[in-house]
Design a protein around this ligand. Structure first.
Ligand code: G6P
Length: 486
Protein backbone atom coordinates (compact mmCIF):
# COMPACT_ATOMS: atom_id res chain seq x y z
CA UNK A 1 0.00 0.00 0.00
CA UNK A 2 1.13 3.49 -0.82
CA UNK A 3 0.44 5.82 2.12
CA UNK A 4 -0.08 9.57 1.88
CA UNK A 5 -0.02 11.35 5.26
CA UNK A 6 -1.39 14.89 5.45
CA UNK A 7 -0.99 17.48 8.21
CA UNK A 8 -0.90 21.25 8.31
CA UNK A 9 2.53 21.41 9.93
CA UNK A 10 5.27 19.06 8.82
CA UNK A 11 8.79 18.51 10.15
CA UNK A 12 12.08 17.92 8.45
CA UNK A 13 14.39 15.13 9.52
CA UNK A 14 16.63 17.06 11.89
CA UNK A 15 16.76 16.15 15.57
CA UNK A 16 18.57 19.36 16.48
CA UNK A 17 15.97 21.80 15.11
CA UNK A 18 13.50 23.38 17.55
CA UNK A 19 10.13 21.64 17.43
CA UNK A 20 6.85 23.50 17.67
CA UNK A 21 4.22 21.13 18.92
CA UNK A 22 3.56 17.48 19.40
CA UNK A 23 2.12 16.37 16.11
CA UNK A 24 4.91 17.04 13.62
CA UNK A 25 7.68 15.95 16.00
CA UNK A 26 5.83 12.74 16.84
CA UNK A 27 5.12 11.83 13.23
CA UNK A 28 8.58 12.52 11.84
CA UNK A 29 10.41 9.31 12.83
CA UNK A 30 7.57 6.96 11.87
CA UNK A 31 6.70 8.66 8.60
CA UNK A 32 10.41 8.72 7.73
CA UNK A 33 10.68 4.95 8.20
CA UNK A 34 7.38 4.06 6.54
CA UNK A 35 8.16 5.27 3.04
CA UNK A 36 5.00 7.39 3.06
CA UNK A 37 4.59 10.69 1.28
CA UNK A 38 3.99 13.41 3.87
CA UNK A 39 2.11 16.44 2.55
CA UNK A 40 1.64 19.67 4.47
CA UNK A 41 2.03 23.41 4.44
CA UNK A 42 5.34 24.99 3.44
CA UNK A 43 4.70 27.81 5.91
CA UNK A 44 4.47 30.18 2.94
CA UNK A 45 1.55 31.53 1.00
CA UNK A 46 1.18 32.24 -2.67
CA UNK A 47 -1.08 34.53 -4.66
CA UNK A 48 -2.79 33.39 -7.80
CA UNK A 49 -5.10 30.69 -8.93
CA UNK A 50 -6.10 28.12 -6.35
CA UNK A 51 -6.10 25.57 -9.15
CA UNK A 52 -2.32 25.55 -9.31
CA UNK A 53 -0.83 24.12 -6.12
CA UNK A 54 2.89 24.65 -5.81
CA UNK A 55 4.89 22.10 -3.85
CA UNK A 56 8.51 21.65 -2.95
CA UNK A 57 9.37 18.00 -2.66
CA UNK A 58 12.36 16.52 -0.92
CA UNK A 59 13.38 13.06 0.17
CA UNK A 60 12.33 12.02 3.67
CA UNK A 61 13.74 8.68 4.79
CA UNK A 62 12.32 6.02 2.52
CA UNK A 63 9.57 8.39 1.32
CA UNK A 64 9.10 12.06 0.52
CA UNK A 65 8.03 15.32 2.04
CA UNK A 66 5.86 17.65 -0.05
CA UNK A 67 5.41 21.21 1.21
CA UNK A 68 2.64 23.22 -0.37
CA UNK A 69 2.32 26.97 -0.54
CA UNK A 70 -1.22 27.69 0.63
CA UNK A 71 -3.47 30.28 -1.05
CA UNK A 72 -2.64 33.75 0.28
CA UNK A 73 -6.23 35.00 0.16
CA UNK A 74 -7.45 32.25 2.49
CA UNK A 75 -4.53 31.41 4.74
CA UNK A 76 -5.36 33.84 7.57
CA UNK A 77 -9.05 32.89 7.63
CA UNK A 78 -8.11 29.21 7.62
CA UNK A 79 -5.19 29.06 10.11
CA UNK A 80 -5.56 31.99 12.52
CA UNK A 81 -9.29 32.15 11.83
CA UNK A 82 -11.43 29.06 11.74
CA UNK A 83 -8.83 26.43 12.70
CA UNK A 84 -7.26 28.22 15.66
CA UNK A 85 -9.91 30.73 16.77
CA UNK A 86 -13.02 28.58 16.40
CA UNK A 87 -12.08 24.89 16.34
CA UNK A 88 -9.08 24.91 18.70
CA UNK A 89 -10.88 26.68 21.59
CA UNK A 90 -13.97 24.52 21.09
CA UNK A 91 -11.99 21.29 21.00
CA UNK A 92 -10.37 22.35 24.29
CA UNK A 93 -13.74 23.26 25.83
CA UNK A 94 -13.08 27.02 25.82
CA UNK A 95 -16.41 28.15 24.38
CA UNK A 96 -15.69 31.64 25.73
CA UNK A 97 -12.79 32.01 23.27
CA UNK A 98 -14.61 30.88 20.11
CA UNK A 99 -14.39 33.60 17.44
CA UNK A 100 -15.52 32.88 13.92
CA UNK A 101 -16.68 34.84 10.95
CA UNK A 102 -18.42 33.51 7.89
CA UNK A 103 -15.34 34.53 5.88
CA UNK A 104 -13.08 32.42 8.11
CA UNK A 105 -15.28 29.40 7.59
CA UNK A 106 -15.28 29.84 3.82
CA UNK A 107 -11.48 30.18 3.85
CA UNK A 108 -11.19 27.00 5.90
CA UNK A 109 -13.31 25.14 3.37
CA UNK A 110 -11.32 26.66 0.48
CA UNK A 111 -8.02 25.48 1.96
CA UNK A 112 -9.46 22.00 2.56
CA UNK A 113 -10.64 21.91 -1.07
CA UNK A 114 -7.25 23.21 -2.26
CA UNK A 115 -5.45 20.50 -0.32
CA UNK A 116 -7.76 17.85 -1.80
CA UNK A 117 -6.89 18.95 -5.33
CA UNK A 118 -3.21 18.99 -4.47
CA UNK A 119 -3.41 15.43 -3.11
CA UNK A 120 -4.65 14.00 -6.41
CA UNK A 121 -1.11 14.45 -7.68
CA UNK A 122 0.05 11.84 -5.16
CA UNK A 123 -2.68 9.27 -5.68
CA UNK A 124 -1.78 5.85 -7.05
CA UNK A 125 -4.09 2.84 -7.52
CA UNK A 126 -3.11 1.44 -4.10
CA UNK A 127 -3.02 4.71 -2.14
CA UNK A 128 -4.58 5.24 1.28
CA UNK A 129 -4.80 8.78 2.67
CA UNK A 130 -4.28 9.48 6.35
CA UNK A 131 -5.31 13.00 7.32
CA UNK A 132 -4.17 14.51 10.63
CA UNK A 133 -5.92 16.94 12.92
CA UNK A 134 -8.54 19.65 13.11
CA UNK A 135 -7.18 21.73 10.24
CA UNK A 136 -8.66 19.25 7.78
CA UNK A 137 -12.00 18.03 9.12
CA UNK A 138 -13.60 18.45 5.67
CA UNK A 139 -10.71 17.19 3.53
CA UNK A 140 -12.11 13.67 3.23
CA UNK A 141 -15.42 14.98 1.87
CA UNK A 142 -13.54 17.15 -0.63
CA UNK A 143 -11.55 14.12 -1.81
CA UNK A 144 -14.74 12.10 -2.27
CA UNK A 145 -16.21 15.01 -4.27
CA UNK A 146 -13.22 14.72 -6.60
CA UNK A 147 -14.03 11.05 -7.14
CA UNK A 148 -11.47 9.49 -4.80
CA UNK A 149 -12.59 6.03 -3.72
CA UNK A 150 -9.45 4.98 -1.84
CA UNK A 151 -9.40 4.46 1.97
CA UNK A 152 -9.49 7.72 3.91
CA UNK A 153 -8.40 7.86 7.53
CA UNK A 154 -8.48 10.76 9.99
CA UNK A 155 -6.82 11.13 13.37
CA UNK A 156 -7.58 13.92 15.82
CA UNK A 157 -4.64 14.90 18.05
CA UNK A 158 -6.76 17.15 20.29
CA UNK A 159 -9.64 16.20 22.59
CA UNK A 160 -13.22 16.05 21.27
CA UNK A 161 -15.51 17.97 23.64
CA UNK A 162 -19.04 17.50 24.93
CA UNK A 163 -21.93 18.10 22.50
CA UNK A 164 -22.91 21.45 24.01
CA UNK A 165 -19.40 22.80 23.34
CA UNK A 166 -18.98 21.65 19.75
CA UNK A 167 -22.46 23.02 19.02
CA UNK A 168 -20.93 26.45 19.72
CA UNK A 169 -18.86 26.19 16.51
CA UNK A 170 -20.63 27.80 13.56
CA UNK A 171 -21.41 25.22 10.84
CA UNK A 172 -20.73 22.35 13.24
CA UNK A 173 -23.36 20.18 11.63
CA UNK A 174 -22.07 20.61 8.08
CA UNK A 175 -18.52 19.97 9.24
CA UNK A 176 -19.22 16.85 11.23
CA UNK A 177 -21.38 15.45 8.43
CA UNK A 178 -18.38 16.03 6.15
CA UNK A 179 -16.14 14.11 8.58
CA UNK A 180 -18.20 11.02 7.90
CA UNK A 181 -16.58 10.80 4.47
CA UNK A 182 -13.64 9.24 6.33
CA UNK A 183 -13.63 5.45 6.58
CA UNK A 184 -11.80 5.51 9.89
CA UNK A 185 -11.72 8.25 12.55
CA UNK A 186 -9.22 7.88 15.39
CA UNK A 187 -9.29 9.64 18.75
CA UNK A 188 -6.81 9.74 21.64
CA UNK A 189 -9.18 8.54 24.38
CA UNK A 190 -12.47 6.73 24.84
CA UNK A 191 -14.03 9.92 26.28
CA UNK A 192 -13.30 11.71 22.98
CA UNK A 193 -14.79 8.81 21.06
CA UNK A 194 -17.94 8.77 23.19
CA UNK A 195 -18.41 12.54 22.89
CA UNK A 196 -18.14 12.32 19.11
CA UNK A 197 -20.50 9.37 18.80
CA UNK A 198 -22.93 11.07 21.18
CA UNK A 199 -23.10 14.06 18.84
CA UNK A 200 -23.46 11.88 15.76
CA UNK A 201 -26.37 9.94 17.17
CA UNK A 202 -28.14 12.80 18.98
CA UNK A 203 -27.53 15.80 16.70
CA UNK A 204 -27.31 14.02 13.35
CA UNK A 205 -29.75 11.24 14.24
CA UNK A 206 -27.49 8.62 12.65
CA UNK A 207 -27.22 4.97 13.50
CA UNK A 208 -24.18 4.01 15.56
CA UNK A 209 -23.47 0.33 16.21
CA UNK A 210 -20.23 -1.04 17.73
CA UNK A 211 -18.39 2.20 16.99
CA UNK A 212 -19.49 2.21 13.35
CA UNK A 213 -21.56 5.13 12.01
CA UNK A 214 -23.75 4.70 8.95
CA UNK A 215 -24.24 7.87 6.91
CA UNK A 216 -24.87 8.83 3.29
CA UNK A 217 -21.13 8.26 2.69
CA UNK A 218 -21.33 4.65 3.89
CA UNK A 219 -19.70 3.32 7.04
CA UNK A 220 -17.23 5.14 9.27
CA UNK A 221 -15.41 3.25 12.00
CA UNK A 222 -14.64 5.36 15.09
CA UNK A 223 -11.97 4.04 17.45
CA UNK A 224 -9.31 4.94 20.02
CA UNK A 225 -5.62 4.99 19.07
CA UNK A 226 -3.60 6.61 21.89
CA UNK A 227 -0.44 8.14 20.40
CA UNK A 228 2.91 7.18 21.95
CA UNK A 229 6.62 7.90 21.71
CA UNK A 230 9.71 5.77 21.12
CA UNK A 231 10.70 5.42 24.80
CA UNK A 232 13.98 3.52 24.28
CA UNK A 233 15.23 5.98 21.71
CA UNK A 234 14.24 8.93 23.86
CA UNK A 235 15.94 7.40 26.91
CA UNK A 236 19.19 6.99 24.96
CA UNK A 237 18.93 10.55 23.68
CA UNK A 238 18.43 11.81 27.25
CA UNK A 239 21.37 9.85 28.65
CA UNK A 240 23.63 11.29 25.95
CA UNK A 241 22.24 14.80 26.22
CA UNK A 242 23.37 15.34 29.81
CA UNK A 243 26.74 16.36 28.40
CA UNK A 244 25.20 18.88 25.97
CA UNK A 245 26.53 22.38 26.82
CA UNK A 246 23.05 23.81 27.59
CA UNK A 247 22.29 20.91 29.92
CA UNK A 248 25.67 21.01 31.70
CA UNK A 249 25.31 24.76 32.22
CA UNK A 250 21.88 24.26 33.73
CA UNK A 251 23.19 21.59 36.11
CA UNK A 252 26.11 23.73 37.22
CA UNK A 253 23.82 26.68 37.86
CA UNK A 254 21.65 24.70 40.25
CA UNK A 255 24.24 24.38 43.05
CA UNK A 256 22.52 21.38 44.60
CA UNK A 257 19.08 22.97 44.36
CA UNK A 258 16.24 20.79 43.01
CA UNK A 259 14.55 21.55 39.70
CA UNK A 260 10.98 21.25 38.45
CA UNK A 261 10.42 21.58 34.70
CA UNK A 262 7.48 22.56 32.50
CA UNK A 263 7.69 22.59 28.69
CA UNK A 264 4.70 23.83 26.72
CA UNK A 265 3.62 25.82 23.73
CA UNK A 266 2.38 29.16 25.02
CA UNK A 267 -1.27 28.15 24.77
CA UNK A 268 -4.24 28.77 27.08
CA UNK A 269 -5.07 25.05 27.09
CA UNK A 270 -1.80 24.28 28.89
CA UNK A 271 -2.85 25.70 32.26
CA UNK A 272 0.27 27.84 32.63
CA UNK A 273 -1.31 30.53 34.79
CA UNK A 274 -2.64 27.94 37.25
CA UNK A 275 0.73 26.20 37.35
CA UNK A 276 2.62 29.39 38.22
CA UNK A 277 -0.02 30.16 40.86
CA UNK A 278 0.51 26.68 42.34
CA UNK A 279 4.27 27.26 42.67
CA UNK A 280 3.58 30.66 44.21
CA UNK A 281 1.24 28.99 46.71
CA UNK A 282 3.78 26.25 47.45
CA UNK A 283 6.58 28.72 48.26
CA UNK A 284 4.17 30.71 50.42
CA UNK A 285 2.84 27.69 52.33
CA UNK A 286 6.18 25.89 52.57
CA UNK A 287 8.83 28.60 53.01
CA UNK A 288 11.42 25.85 53.54
CA UNK A 289 11.11 25.08 49.83
CA UNK A 290 12.28 28.57 48.91
CA UNK A 291 15.87 28.40 47.63
CA UNK A 292 15.72 24.58 47.57
CA UNK A 293 13.66 24.19 44.40
CA UNK A 294 13.14 26.34 41.34
CA UNK A 295 10.95 25.97 38.26
CA UNK A 296 12.32 26.01 34.72
CA UNK A 297 9.32 26.93 32.57
CA UNK A 298 9.83 26.85 28.82
CA UNK A 299 6.84 28.45 27.07
CA UNK A 300 7.41 28.48 23.32
CA UNK A 301 5.52 31.29 21.58
CA UNK A 302 2.77 30.02 19.33
CA UNK A 303 0.05 31.52 17.08
CA UNK A 304 1.10 35.00 18.20
CA UNK A 305 -1.17 36.84 15.75
CA UNK A 306 -4.27 35.61 17.61
CA UNK A 307 -5.52 37.93 20.36
CA UNK A 308 -6.05 35.23 23.00
CA UNK A 309 -2.42 34.13 22.64
CA UNK A 310 -1.07 37.67 22.84
CA UNK A 311 -3.14 38.28 25.99
CA UNK A 312 -1.85 35.08 27.58
CA UNK A 313 1.75 35.98 26.83
CA UNK A 314 1.40 39.36 28.60
CA UNK A 315 -0.53 37.92 31.54
CA UNK A 316 1.98 35.13 32.06
CA UNK A 317 5.03 37.41 31.81
CA UNK A 318 3.47 39.69 34.41
CA UNK A 319 2.61 36.84 36.75
CA UNK A 320 6.08 35.28 36.53
CA UNK A 321 7.77 38.59 37.26
CA UNK A 322 5.39 39.18 40.16
CA UNK A 323 6.14 35.77 41.72
CA UNK A 324 9.88 36.20 41.18
CA UNK A 325 9.69 39.67 42.69
CA UNK A 326 7.95 38.39 45.82
CA UNK A 327 9.92 35.21 46.50
CA UNK A 328 13.28 35.89 44.83
CA UNK A 329 16.57 36.67 46.58
CA UNK A 330 19.73 38.39 45.35
CA UNK A 331 21.17 34.96 44.53
CA UNK A 332 17.96 32.99 43.80
CA UNK A 333 15.38 33.24 41.00
CA UNK A 334 12.36 31.03 41.72
CA UNK A 335 11.12 30.77 38.12
CA UNK A 336 13.42 30.64 35.12
CA UNK A 337 11.05 31.59 32.33
CA UNK A 338 12.05 31.13 28.68
CA UNK A 339 10.05 32.11 25.60
CA UNK A 340 11.87 30.04 23.01
CA UNK A 341 11.95 26.58 21.49
CA UNK A 342 14.56 23.87 22.08
CA UNK A 343 15.58 20.85 20.05
CA UNK A 344 14.36 17.46 21.16
CA UNK A 345 17.94 16.51 22.08
CA UNK A 346 18.34 19.40 24.51
CA UNK A 347 14.85 18.89 25.94
CA UNK A 348 15.66 15.22 26.64
CA UNK A 349 18.67 16.33 28.72
CA UNK A 350 16.68 19.03 30.55
CA UNK A 351 13.97 16.51 31.49
CA UNK A 352 16.57 14.15 32.92
CA UNK A 353 18.04 16.95 35.02
CA UNK A 354 14.70 17.82 36.67
CA UNK A 355 13.45 15.95 39.77
CA UNK A 356 9.86 16.88 38.97
CA UNK A 357 8.06 17.21 35.62
CA UNK A 358 4.93 19.38 35.75
CA UNK A 359 2.45 18.74 32.95
CA UNK A 360 -0.79 20.35 34.06
CA UNK A 361 -2.96 21.29 31.04
CA UNK A 362 -6.61 22.23 31.54
CA UNK A 363 -7.39 19.98 28.55
CA UNK A 364 -5.01 18.09 26.27
CA UNK A 365 -5.41 15.46 23.57
CA UNK A 366 -2.49 13.32 24.77
CA UNK A 367 0.48 15.51 25.79
CA UNK A 368 3.68 13.87 24.70
CA UNK A 369 5.82 16.00 27.02
CA UNK A 370 4.47 13.84 29.86
CA UNK A 371 5.61 10.68 28.09
CA UNK A 372 8.98 12.17 27.13
CA UNK A 373 9.65 13.32 30.69
CA UNK A 374 9.13 9.76 31.94
CA UNK A 375 11.26 8.17 29.21
CA UNK A 376 14.11 10.62 29.87
CA UNK A 377 14.59 9.67 33.53
CA UNK A 378 17.61 7.93 35.01
CA UNK A 379 16.27 4.45 35.98
CA UNK A 380 18.43 4.44 39.11
CA UNK A 381 17.09 7.78 40.35
CA UNK A 382 13.94 8.74 38.42
CA UNK A 383 12.07 12.02 38.82
CA UNK A 384 8.35 12.34 39.57
CA UNK A 385 5.69 13.31 37.04
CA UNK A 386 2.91 15.62 38.24
CA UNK A 387 0.21 15.21 35.60
CA UNK A 388 -3.19 16.78 34.96
CA UNK A 389 -6.01 14.28 34.98
CA UNK A 390 -7.38 16.16 31.96
CA UNK A 391 -4.46 15.20 29.70
CA UNK A 392 -5.07 12.14 27.54
CA UNK A 393 -1.78 10.74 28.88
CA UNK A 394 -3.35 10.34 32.35
CA UNK A 395 -5.27 7.29 31.08
CA UNK A 396 -2.03 5.39 30.66
CA UNK A 397 0.30 7.16 33.12
CA UNK A 398 -1.93 6.53 36.11
CA UNK A 399 0.99 6.07 38.51
CA UNK A 400 2.02 9.69 38.00
CA UNK A 401 0.82 12.08 40.71
CA UNK A 402 -2.47 13.09 39.11
CA UNK A 403 -3.80 16.58 39.81
CA UNK A 404 -6.79 18.75 39.03
CA UNK A 405 -5.23 21.83 37.37
CA UNK A 406 -8.04 24.05 38.66
CA UNK A 407 -7.20 23.19 42.26
CA UNK A 408 -4.24 25.47 43.04
CA UNK A 409 -3.88 24.30 46.67
CA UNK A 410 -4.02 20.66 45.63
CA UNK A 411 -1.35 21.21 42.97
CA UNK A 412 0.88 23.09 45.44
CA UNK A 413 0.62 20.20 47.91
CA UNK A 414 1.25 17.58 45.23
CA UNK A 415 4.38 19.32 43.90
CA UNK A 416 5.73 19.45 47.46
CA UNK A 417 4.95 15.73 47.84
CA UNK A 418 6.75 14.97 44.58
CA UNK A 419 9.86 16.82 45.80
CA UNK A 420 10.13 14.67 48.92
CA UNK A 421 9.13 11.29 47.49
CA UNK A 422 11.45 8.46 48.60
CA UNK A 423 13.51 6.66 45.95
CA UNK A 424 11.65 3.39 46.35
CA UNK A 425 8.28 4.89 45.54
CA UNK A 426 9.71 6.95 42.70
CA UNK A 427 11.13 3.82 41.12
CA UNK A 428 7.91 1.82 41.45
CA UNK A 429 5.82 4.57 39.92
CA UNK A 430 8.33 5.19 37.14
CA UNK A 431 8.70 1.50 36.22
CA UNK A 432 4.92 1.12 35.91
CA UNK A 433 4.83 4.15 33.58
CA UNK A 434 7.72 2.86 31.47
CA UNK A 435 5.87 -0.44 30.99
CA UNK A 436 2.92 1.51 29.59
CA UNK A 437 5.18 3.52 27.28
CA UNK A 438 6.83 0.35 25.98
CA UNK A 439 3.42 -1.21 25.31
CA UNK A 440 2.10 1.80 23.41
CA UNK A 441 4.92 3.13 21.24
CA UNK A 442 4.55 5.54 18.34
CA UNK A 443 5.46 2.65 16.01
CA UNK A 444 2.55 0.60 17.41
CA UNK A 445 0.17 3.55 17.04
CA UNK A 446 1.17 4.09 13.42
CA UNK A 447 0.96 0.40 12.50
CA UNK A 448 -2.38 -0.13 14.30
CA UNK A 449 -4.00 2.83 12.55
CA UNK A 450 -2.70 1.90 9.11
CA UNK A 451 -3.79 -1.74 9.55
CA UNK A 452 -7.26 -0.64 10.64
CA UNK A 453 -7.46 1.79 7.72
CA UNK A 454 -6.57 -0.92 5.23
CA UNK A 455 -9.28 -3.15 6.63
CA UNK A 456 -12.02 -0.51 6.38
CA UNK A 457 -12.40 -0.59 2.62
CA UNK A 458 -10.87 -3.93 1.76
CA UNK A 459 -14.34 -5.34 1.15
CA UNK A 460 -15.57 -2.29 -0.72
CA UNK A 461 -12.70 -1.23 -2.99
CA UNK A 462 -13.99 -1.09 -6.49
CA UNK A 463 -12.05 -0.68 -9.70
CA UNK A 464 -9.08 1.65 -10.09
CA UNK A 465 -9.98 5.22 -9.18
CA UNK A 466 -11.31 7.30 -12.02
CA UNK A 467 -10.09 10.80 -11.33
CA UNK A 468 -12.48 13.58 -12.17
CA UNK A 469 -9.47 15.91 -12.16
CA UNK A 470 -6.37 14.34 -13.72
CA UNK A 471 -3.00 15.01 -12.07
CA UNK A 472 -1.99 18.46 -13.25
CA UNK A 473 1.45 19.38 -14.52
CA UNK A 474 2.08 21.65 -11.57
CA UNK A 475 5.43 23.14 -10.83
CA UNK A 476 6.65 20.43 -8.45
CA UNK A 477 10.22 21.20 -7.53
CA UNK A 478 12.71 19.00 -5.74
CA UNK A 479 14.88 20.93 -3.34
CA UNK A 480 17.53 19.98 -0.85
CA UNK A 481 17.99 23.22 1.03
CA UNK A 482 16.36 23.40 4.46
CA UNK A 483 16.87 27.12 4.91
CA UNK A 484 13.52 28.32 3.60
CA UNK A 485 11.29 26.55 6.03
CA UNK A 486 9.96 28.20 9.15
C1 G6P B 1 -0.98 20.84 18.49
C2 G6P B 1 -1.88 20.51 17.33
C3 G6P B 1 -1.05 20.36 16.06
C4 G6P B 1 -0.22 21.59 15.85
C5 G6P B 1 0.64 21.87 17.06
C6 G6P B 1 1.45 23.16 16.93
O1 G6P B 1 -0.15 19.76 18.77
O2 G6P B 1 -2.62 19.34 17.58
O3 G6P B 1 -1.86 20.16 14.93
O4 G6P B 1 0.59 21.47 14.71
O5 G6P B 1 -0.18 21.97 18.19
O6 G6P B 1 0.61 24.22 16.58
P1 G6P B 1 0.88 25.10 15.29
O7 G6P B 1 -0.31 25.97 15.16
O8 G6P B 1 2.15 25.84 15.58
O9 G6P B 1 1.07 24.14 14.13
Amino acid sequence: MNLVVVSNRVARGKANEPMTGGLAAALLPVVEKSGAIWVGSSGRVRDGSLKEPFAEIEALGAGALAMLDLPAAHYGGYYEGFANSALWPALHSRSDLIRASQGDYLSYREVNAFMARALLRFQKPDTAFWIQDYHFLALGAELRDLGVTRPLGFFLHTPWPARAVIEGVPHHRELIEAMLAYDLIGFQTSDDCENFLGYVSSDLGLEVADGVVTSSFGKTRVAVFPIGIDPEKFAQQAAKAVSHPDVSRLRRSLNGEKLAIGVDRLDYSKGLINRINAFDRMWTEHPALQRTVSLLQIATPSRGAIEAYGNLQSELAKLVSDVNGRHGEVDWTPIRYLNKGFSQTVLAGLYRTAQVGVVTPLQDGMNLVAKEYVAAQNPADPGVLVLSKFAGAANELDTALLVNPNDIDGMARTIATALSMPLNERRLRWEAMMDKLRAGTIQRWFADFVDALQETRSDRCGPEPQLLVPPAPWPLRSVNSSSRYH
